[in-house]
Design a protein around this ligand. Structure first.
Ligand code: AMP
Ligand code: ZN
Length: 111
């Protein structure tokens, strides 16, 4: 837990958010500023600032294995996943999160 981290506050329900998924390791909730008809974030309950901070294979597995579980429930078969690491890559919240977006065509390479 990082006391000034907005996503830790969401995990701890200090900031209201509608969880679309929760297990003992991760939560998922809709992005406040969606970039696609479906746009949610998957985050570990434990605070890691970025991908560079992750210290165990289990943590990767916990985060990424939740994604197909959620998309199956939402009946989504095609989606874009994005992890921004560092300011120049577009990271604005320093608690690791995976963006999952669907419902429109995505360009490649990403801008
Ligand atoms: P990034 O730029 O990759 O760090 O992504 C941060 C994302 O968090 C952005 O897409 C924001 O719209 C989203 N975000 C910031 N605050 C909240 C919040 N309170 N609830 C949901 N999403 C948020
Ligand atoms: Zn945090």
């Amino acid at each position: 837990m990082s006391s000034d981290c907005i996503f830790c506050k969401i995990v701890n329900k200090e900031i209201p958010s509608n969880f679309i998924f929760e297990n003992d390791k991760v939560i998922a909730f809709n992005d406040l500023n969606p970039q696609a008809p479906v746009h949610f974030l998957v985050i570990p309950k434990k605070h890691y600032s970025s991908l560079n901070d992750i210290d165990s294979k289990e943590a990767f597995a916990d985060i990424f294995s939740a994604i197909p579980e959620i998309t199956k429930k939402l009946e989504i078969k095609e989606y874009r996943t994005v992890v921004n690491t560092g300011e120049s890559a577009g990271q604005t919240v320093f608690h690791i999160h995976v963006h999952v977006m669907a419902g429109r065509k995505f360009d490649w390479p990403a801008g």
